[in-house]
Each structure stands twice: as C-alpha cells, then as structure tokens.
Design a binder for this molecule. Sequence first.
Ligand code: HEC
Length: 143
Amino acid sequence: MKFTKQQIFTLLAFIIIVLSNCNNQSEHKSKGYTMAVDSELTLLMRDMYNYYDTLKADILKGDVLKDIKTFQDIHTAAATSPEKISNELYQGLASIYVNSAKRLNRPNVNKRDAFNLMIDNCMNCHQQMCPGPMVKIKKLYLE
Ligand code: HEC
C-alpha cells in the first residue's frame, strides 16, 4: 500500500492526538482524583470488558450461549475527544470488531476460537489508538 504525504501527516497527527488523550486520562486517575468526566465510550468499554469477562466464564463452564451482545454503539459513543472516533481508522477497526462479535452468535462456530478472534480485534484497535488497557484486555483470552 502506498500513502501520500498528506495521508501520512493526517494519520500521524491523529495518532498523536489520540495517544495524548489516552495518557492524560490515566495520569489523572493514577493521582487518585478524576479531572475529566469519563466519556460515553470509556463507560461503554468498561461494560464491554465486564460483559466479556463474564461470557468467558460461561464459555469455560460450557453454557449454551444465546444473543451474545455485539456493542454496535462503539461506532457512535462519544469519546474523550470527537477526533478519536470520527475517522476511518477507528470506524474500520470498530466494524472488524463488531463483525467478529456477531460471528460468536453463529450456531456452528467454535465459541472458544471465535471469542479469542474477537479479543484479537479489541487488541488491534487498542494497539493503534489506546495501548494503555492492552495489559488488561489480554487477560480476557481463553486458554
Ligand atoms: C475501534 C477501536 C476499539 C475497539 C475495537 C475496542 N476499543 Fe476499547 N477503547 C478504545 C478507545 C478509543 C478507548 C478510550 C476511550 C475514550 O478515550 O473515550 C478505549 C478504552 C477501553 C478501556 C479503558 C476504559 C477505562 O476504564 O478507561 C478498556 C478496558 C477497553 N477499551 C476494553 C476493550 C475491550 C475488552 C474491547 C473488545 C471487546 C475493546 N476495548 C475494543 C477503542 C477501542
């Protein structure tokens, strides 16, 4: 793939904006007080994490799983800064995640493999835009 200078510049500017926001937030938290109100997207991400953590336990128990959530709101939930989600990179990675979450609902799919593939897609987006939570997300993988 070839990029023009303009595209590379836009991408770099975007990554810098996104990373600085991610870091700011965790800084505030580590000091024990919260300056910024948590964004809609942050709250949604926490819900997603907790939901999939529970789902992981259900898969391990061998439960029959129905109507697994796909969290399509990640396309629209307000982030700490609007630039974070109003770009093709974010929206593209969000679609890939949503599709892999939908796949979990297919009747003949191996749930363990489909679950781990979905977590790969959480990790892919985070690697690009918000590496902080990766340590935590990694714990969701099924062995
Ligand atoms: C398309 C990109 C994308 C995908 C896919 C994605 N995330 Fe996120 N995630 C973000 C962004 C961006 C933030 C920071 C939110 C903000 O700044 O408003 C975030 C924040 C988080 C946080 C930190 C919340 C906090 O307490 O500060 C966790 C945990 C998290 N995501 C888990 C997940 C999990 C689990 C998945 C997969 C099921 C996932 N993410 C998929 C982009 C993504």
